[in-house]
Design a protein around this ligand. Structure first.
Ligand code: GDP
Ligand code: IMO
Ligand code: MG
Length: 424
């Protein structure tokens, strides 16, 4: 089993962090391949709870090496703070965290531009996390980005930062009527990173390919979700990277043929943070109930997550895109106590019915979900460790879900903590 990829099948926050942490003891390396500190991956064990934004979710297992690949955009300030927090919990990070020398940096002007563009868009704002993700990827593809390796060359970095700020300050001031960023203060803050970040920086692609040659096992941790993919998601209400399976190869530099397992993480209902179409959204008491029971508030921004029923049309689409080999269903416990459970199996568009996910948001905004209704289940699922011991209606809901998506379920999560998981 060389490379397993864990991917969010919906709009993010499916519980990827929990599942990666659970699978980590079986692998040698856990690697993030895209996104940045827009991610918030929650890990809970014993009485501890920690939200990781950049460090891969294998860091709490001493035998695991964590890699931040070339496809990730890194805010060095956020990263250093996260390293400090993980070390404060008593975990060793140096020597266990490797960061790609080719990964691009998020600078203060990326965050300023992210916020300014959102203000500019006004009613059409994407609802980004404000972490500078979009502007950093823009610079990467415009070939004007600053990479990790640039931090290690103090003089070169000064020049690059000066040149970048000349341009960004002109845009911030004249287009967005924003304040300019102080060049010298920024340079002073960033030139100091060379010493602090040096022990972590390496050619991670070479490291990973060598690890594969040596028969090591790699777990690739996706961030965000497939419906936020810049190509396959609900554009423009998406993130600026590829959370889908292909992103793993370009974001780490591992060949597609090295991947033999692709786990789709499916929350037992749907959530979305930020703007954009959401066909099964519930703007009623049931949606409120899911938000309260599921504690659906963003792990990065604290924003309330929009909640709705499971959308099997969207899930069939993301399953096809990614080639899920198996599913991990999370938050089943949150559905306990509801009298009925609905699953959207088709969309009505005007007088037509389709089971295909439309690839334009104008259509997606008009669809009416067609639901199958299943009976609800009662009871506390804590402590149940065999599928056969789950309430019969919960088993039926899971079976229906697998059937309608067309992929087998290999893990069922019934609570935030490691132990609250059934492996099928
Ligand atoms: P990620 O971004 O996909 O890693 O997910 P987040 O960490 O943003 O959000 C998932 C939230 O649900 C976190 O607060 C987790 O602790 C929590 N969680 C994960 N699995 C379960 C589960 O099976 N049941 C419950 N009740 N909470 C869960
Ligand atoms: P994890 O990894 C949920 C959403 C934002 C916004 C859109 C674009 O924890 O699942 P961005 O800041 O990326 O430019 O914002 O994407 N978004 C997420 N939603 N979970 C995430 O990450 C997200 N990362 C970004 O809310 O709608
Ligand atoms: Mg999250």
């Amino acid at each position: 089993m060389p490379v397993t990829v864990v991917i969010g099948s919906q709009w993010g926050d499916e519980g990827k962090g929990k599942i990666v942490d659970l699978l980590a003891p079986d692998v040698d390396i856990v690697a993030r391949y895209q996104g940045g500190a827009n991610a918030g991956h929650t890990i809970a064990w014993e009485d501890q709870l920690f939200v990781l934004h950049l460090i891969p979710s294998g860091i709490f297992h001493e035998g695991v090496t964590c890699v931040i690949g070339n496809g990730v955009v890194i805010d060095p300030v956020a990263l250093m703070e996260e390293i400090r927090q993980v070390e404060a919990l008593g975990f060793r990070v140096e020597g266990r965290l490797l960061i790609s020398h080719n990964a691009h940096l998020i600078m203060p002007y990326h965050k300023a531009l992210d916020k300014a563009r959102e203000r500019w868009r006004d009613a059409e704002a994407i609802g980004t996390t404000g972490r500078g993700i979009g502007p950093a990827y823009v610079d990467k593809f415009a070939r004007s980005g600053i990479r990790l390796v640039d931090l290690l060359d103090r003089e070169g970095l000064r020049e690059k930062l000066r040149a970048a700020l000349d341009e960004k300050n002109a845009i911030l001031q004249s287009v967005y009527k924003d304040e300019a960023i102080d060049v010298d203060a920024m340079i002073e803050e960033y030139v100091d990173f060379d010493r602090r970040i040096d022990p972590f920086v390496t050619d991670t692609t070479n490291y990973l390919c060598q690890a594969l040659d040596d028969g090591k096992r790699i777990l690739a941790e996706g961030a965000q979700g497939s419906l936020l993919d810049v190509d396959f998601g609900t554009y423009p209400y998406v993130t600026s990277s590829h959370p889908t399976a292909g992103g793993c190869c370009t974001g780490l530099g591992v060949p597609p043929t090295s991947i033999d397992r692709i786990v789709g993480i499916v929350k037992a209902y749907s959530t979305r943070v930020g703007n954009g179409p959401f066909p099964t959204e519930l703007l009623d008491d049931v949606g409120e109930h899911l938000r309260a029971e599921g504690r659906e508030f963003g792990a990065t921004t604290g924003r309330p997550r929009r909640c709705g029923w499971l959308d099997a049309v969207a899930l069939r689409y993301t399953s096809r895109l990614n080639g899920f080999t198996d599913l991990a269903v999370t938050k089943l416990d949150v559905m306990a106590g509801m009298s009925e459970l609905k699953v959207c199996t088709a969309y009505k568009i005007g007088d037509k019915t389709t089971d295909r996910f439309p690839n334009d948001i104008a259509t997606l905004e008009r669809v009416e979900p067609i639901y199958e209704t299943l009976p609800g289940f009662e009871g506390d699922l804590t402590g149940i460790d065999a599928v056969e011991d789950l309430p019969a209606n919960a088993q039926d809901y899971l079976a229906f879900m697998s059937d309608v998506i067309g992929v087998r379920t290999s893990m069922i999560s019934t609570g935030p903590r490691r132990e609250e998981t059934l492996v099928v």
